[in-house]
Ligand binder design. Structure first.
Ligand code: KG4
Ligand code: ZN
Length: 334
């Protein structure tokens, strides 16, 4: 007997639906909301409204692409936390209503755990235990993963997330939101050693990015005072230098975590794992230190429902179902 799951993701500004049969993702559909660009960040109220418009067509396409009928579903899963509460509510209400009407089990998924388990979607899969650097717009964590059911955060940011560091730096450079992918694009043609930004001295496995943002702000103010066109003339080198610093902050802590735990299976996940500097940096470091490194396919790095589906599949195997009265929450414990 096979197990067919429909999973919904709506924690932030992307509406996602995926269908998974026995742990294999057959469709992974995402509707990204362009409306936030003009505001320089996600506007929660607009995000909820766009989710309401998108959710039915996105689910329809996901089912069609997987060639699955509603009546064939064995469970419905959704992102329960963390995220924007108005956005989460749309996915939760949809999933709960569908599960209720089909009389099928409901499965809740923790968005950050799902980012980690995105590494289990395709071959090659990491064996347990592994470390996962989860870097997104809202989180920066090092997670020790013993099994799909046993994950522990062993380091995290004390202020901004890595994605925020990219996006806020981009904003200082006058680039539109979300600026991470644009910094990545310009960095490819720039000299990363031209402007050495400072590395913060944070104890243990924790991260901090707010000092970097301040140093970039002061640096740009000083340079613009000398030359009003400084950013335009040097955009590629500035982007490369910012990216280089963010990446070295992340990889230095990951290296420390591997040394402390003795674990050499190392993954990355989350929106920032789409960054080419981080992907190349991890691969190079892994080769040097004898790590097995794993990076999810691009479509499973940024927010997506495929990662919700794979996590739900493991929960299904344990019959870990939620009550229909369950509510989403903006914050969540691990
Ligand atoms: O995981 P995600 O899609 O959503 C959250 O849960 O936050 O991550 C979004 C973040 C944004 O900050 C975006 O700028 C960043 O991931 N991002 C990138 C790249 N692609 C997405 N940052 C740097 N380089 C990229 N190529
Ligand atoms: Zn995310």
């Amino acid at each position: 007997m096979s197990t067919t799951i429909l999973a919904i993701e709506s924690s932030c500004d992307d509406t996602g639906a995926a269908v998974c049969i026995d742990g294999e993702i057959l469709s992974n559909i995402i509707a990204s909301q362009k409306i936030h660009e003009q505001y320089g960040g996600v506007v929660p109220e607009l995000a909820s409204r766009a989710h309401m418009q998108n959710i039915v067509p996105v689910v329809d396409v996901a089912l069609q692409k997987a060639n699955v009928q509603l009546s064939q579903l064995d469970a419905v899963a959704f992102t329960q936390a963390p995220g924007l509460i108005g956005s989460l509510l749309v996915g939760a209400q949809f999933a709960k209503s569908l599960a209720l009407s089909l009389q099928k089990p409901l499965i809740t998924v923790h968005h950050m755990q799902a980012h980690v388990l995105a590494n289990l979607i395709d071959e090659p899969r990491p064996s347990f235990p592994f470390l996962c650097l989860t870097v997104s717009g809202g989180h920066t964590q090092i997670v020790l993963c013993e099994s799909p059911y046993d994950m522990k955060v062993i380091g995290e940011t004390i202020d901004d997330a890595a994605g925020e560091a990219f996006d806020k730096s981009a904003k200082l450079l006058g680039l539109p939101y979300p600026g991470g992918p644009l910094i990545d694009k310009y960095a490819k043609e720039g000299n990363s050693t031209r402007y050495p930004f400072p590395e913060p001295n944070i104890p243990g496995l924790n991260f901090s990015f707010s000092g970097l943002k301040t140093s970039i702000l002061y640096f740009l103010q000083a340079e613009k005072n000398k030359n009003n066109n400084f950013v335009e003339e040097n955009l590629r080198d500035i982007c490369a230098s910012i990216q280089q610093r963010i990446v070295t902050i992340l990889l230095n802590k990951l290296q420390k975590a591997s040394k402390e735990t003795g674990i050499k299976n190392v993954c990355i996940a989350g929106g920032v794992s789409a960054n080419s500097g981080l992907r190349n940096g991890l691969t190079e470091l892994g080769k040097r230190l004898g790590w097995q490194t794993f990076i999810p396919k691009f479509e499973y790095c940024t927010d997506n429902a495929g990662m919700i589906a794979i996590t739900a599949y493991y929960k299904y195997l344990k019959k870990d179902f939620a009550d229909i009265t369950v509510s989403p929450t903006a914050r969540a414990e691990w």
